[in-house]
Design a protein around this ligand. Structure first.
Ligand SMILES: C[S@@+](CC[C@H](N)C(=O)[O-])C[C@H]1O[C@@H](n2cnc3c(N)ncnc32)[C@H](O)[C@@H]1O
Length: 341
């Protein structure tokens, strides 16, 4: 594992200070646009500005505990334009990582929880739409090679932005030809039956036959692929187990047919630290591999000890890591495996 700084290995002499140091680096990382490596002076300005932004962001969460407003803090942040996590473009590692998965061309449905501005929703949909269609797929009925990308967010304001981005993409690059894009508003933890369809972008040549049944949220939908980026770090640590439970449910539908066909989860772990910490404020909460492992390990509760497990020996850094998040963004691919194997 590579880290841009040795400070992760410093002894925890002053826990508070240590935490502040980590936070400072994280703030630069959270704030600065990708591929921009600020010089020292700019970096200091970014730190100061972004430290204030993250401080304000946390204040919004604190205030929401005591005020009587029914507006969710995430929605408030989106309305106030307080979104320091937003890269202003798609996550570079998403498509490059998906491309490397052996079975990715068999996937039909994807979910991006906490999709925010929807850059990644559009990026994945474009990638799928442009993917070569195999002969076999062409011979199958039309629907068999239709794909569906689902973006989910609590915040309606963020979904308006995602819809706008989608419209811009269609204007610039033309309509999608065989990819459905569904934007849902709702709470990830409440499960699909509580999500509301906010917008459906139909493929251009499927207006009549379009049927979003592949992600029918009233039944248990099947997802072949789920991408989590800056969603896990956004939720309070005490909800991580629920996160693991819901992820497992959303990917497990195909387990009945074959364990090989189960869906896959890509976690881009950020802001990554090598060992779990429970004494840092959030959001964003610092995340370690062991935090994901603990959240996804349901071997004791599931039948047959089947659980989502990391498919590589250890998390790794993508070649397309966001430059300003170097050393703090690690890839983990998860797939169902039986403990007995
Ligand atoms: C840190 S932002 C990340 C957004 C996006 N993934 C990105 O990287 O730009 C977290 C997003 O998750 C959404 N969110 C938070 N809790 C959620 C929940 N329980 N269900 C669905 N979305 C949620 C927020 O509204 C916000 O857009």
């Amino acid at each position: 594992m590579m880290f841009s700084s040795r400070k992760f290995y410093l002894p925890m002499v002053d826990r508070k200070l240590y935490c502040r140091k980590e936070m400072k680096q994280m703030i630069v990382v959270f704030a600065s646009k990708r591929f921009v490596t600020p010089d020292t002076r700019d970096r200091d300005i970014i730190i100061n500005t972004k430290e204030k932004l993250v401080h304000r962001l946390r204040q919004v969460f604190q205030e929401s505990k005591s005020d009587s407003s029914t507006v969710d803090p995430w929605e408030r942040l989106w309305r106030d334009g307080l979104t320091p996590w937003d890269l202003g473009g798609p996550t570079p590692a998403l498509v490059s990582e998906v491309q490397q998965r052996p079975n990715h061309n068999l996937w039909r449905t994807a979910l991006l929880p906490g999709c925010g501005s929807g850059y990644d929703v559009v990026s994945l949909a474009r990638f799928w739409d442009d993917c070569q269609v195999t002969k076999k797929e062409k011979q199958d009925t039309n629907s068999s090679y239709q794909r569906t990308v689902v973006g989910l967010d609590l915040s309606e304001t963020s979904l308006h932005r995602a819809k706008q981005l989608l419209d811009e993409s269609v204007q610039t690059h033309g309509s999608f030809s065989r990819t459905n894009i569904l934007l849902y508003q709702g709470d990830f933890f409440a499960g699909p039956s509580a999500w509301h369809l906010f917008h459906a972008e139909k493929p251009s040549n499927k207006q009549d036959t379009f049927d979003p049944v592949s992600v029918d949220t009233t039944n248990n939908p099947t997802f072949d692929f789920i991408f989590d980026y800056t969603f896990f770090c956004a939720i309070p640590p005490e909800r991580r187990h629920d996160w693991g439970r819901v992820m497992t449910q959303l990917l497990s539908q195909k387990l009945h047919d074959s364990i090989d066909q189960s869906g896959e989860l890509l976690t881009l772990m950020f802001p990554y630290i090598p060992e779990p910490r429970t004494d840092c404020p959030g959001p964003p909460y610092l995340v370690s591999f062991r935090d994901y492992l603990a959240a996804l390990d349901n071997t004791n509760t599931s039948e047959d000890g089947i659980s989502l497990r990391l498919t590589t020996p250890s998390p790794y850094q993508s070649k397309d890591v966001v430059a300003s998040r170097f050393g703090q963004e690690m890839v983990g691919w998860w797939k169902f495996e039986s403990k007995k194997e």
